[in-house]
Design a protein around this ligand. Structure first.
Ligand code: NAP
Length: 287
């Protein structure tokens, strides 16, 4: 980085909402490493770099750029953007989702409260410079789907063993977010970000097995049994039906893969094998 670029970065102050989350954490770390001042909105800030200012509600004074995570700001986005304009914030980068234009019942996370479409629309209509990042399925979903079972034994039970996705490493999303926040090339765009390869659920579980040195088996259970199990664990019906429907329709259909991560970062998107290696400790540790 040139001296002038380095000095320019020191003039930025980026407010990160959802800073303690899957995307927020690596984003905060990358910005700090780049010499950018960060204000992190987090109610549970444990583990964030000490140098970061932490607030439990957005504080906009001095902020030049804003990162919005719909899970954290879904109910407050309009007010937050109005305050941002008034405070002189110049740019907003939002996390969104690859499925944000799909029918609402095909966006399972909506049933758990995520408001990706509303937040993306508010951001793109805000009058601020904007970028909307549209990642597909996070590799990190493997924690919730399989970590508990993998810690218990070598067989993972689940529906649709051959359902496909192209899971993305959260580091790739965070690195693209840094570009969106600091450079101008992505302004006014909605890049769809995916992992580099289409993998079945079975292959993903085997990939985690390879990372932890165990031979894991994905044993398929009938979708209705999986449905009842998820409902029994308290997941909303719309979420369960949306997720199982997407999985069923993907069997035998390779997942969509885009070249956006490579185009933006100048290197290939990180593989699922790399993600599993980076996170092996989570699957190894005892509950
Ligand atoms: N998972 C996927 O496959 C996927 C794919 C595409 C898009 N997305 C979208 O990405 C977003 C989720 O990103 P993520 O996984 O990084 O989120 P995450 O890990 O759940 O983190 C979000 C953070 O926001 C804060 N938060 C959560 N609920 C909140 C609330 N009601 N009010 C205020 N703060 C709240 C929490 O931090 P504190 O408790 O510390 O405040 C949490 O750490 C969602 O909009 C989701 O739909 C997900």
């Amino acid at each position: 980085m040139s001296l002038s670029a380095a000095l320019r970065r020191r003039e930025y102050m980026i407010l990160i909402t959802g800073a303690s989350g899957t995307v927020g954490r690596p984003l905060v770390e990358l910005l700090v490493d780049a010499g950018v001042k960060v204000r992190a909105v987090a109610r549970n800030p444990a583990g964030l770099p000490r140098i970061v200012e932490v607030v439990d509600e957005p504080v906009l004074e001095g902020v030049t750029g804003l990162f919005t995570n719909p899970r954290a700001v879904g109910d407050t986005i309009d007010g937050l953007l109005a305050e941002s304009r008034a405070a002189g914030v110049r740019r907003v980068v939002t996390l969104s989702a690859a499925n944000v234009d799909d029918d609402l019942e095909d966006q399972p996370s909506r049933f758990r409260g995520d408001r990706n479409r509303e937040v993306e629309r508010a951001v793109t209509a805000s009058g601020l410079d904007w970028v909307a990042l549209r990642p597909n399925m996070f590799a990190a979903n493997a924690f919730g789907l399989w970590a508990e079972q993998i810690r218990r034994g070598d067989v993972v039970h689940g529906p649709h063993a051959r359902a496909t996705s192209a899971p993305i490493h959260e580091r790739d999303i965070a690195e693209v977010a840094v570009r969106a926040l600091l450079d101008d090339d992505l302004l006014g765009t909605r890049p769809v970000l995916t992992g580099p390869e289409s993998l079945t659920q079975e292959q993903q579980v085997q990939g985690i097995g390879a990372a932890i040195g165990r031979d894991l088996t994905y044993r398929e259970v009938p979708p209705e049994a999986a449905r009842q199990a998820m409902l029994g664990r308290g997941f909303p019906t719309g979420f369960v039906d949306g997720l199982l429907g997407i999985q069923a329709r993907s069997v035998g259909v390779p997942a969509v893969i885009t070249d956006e991560v490579r185009r933006i970062l100048g290197r290939p998107a990180l593989s699922f094998a790399r993600w599993a290696a980076d996170n092996a400790y989570v699957f190894r540790s005892m509950p």
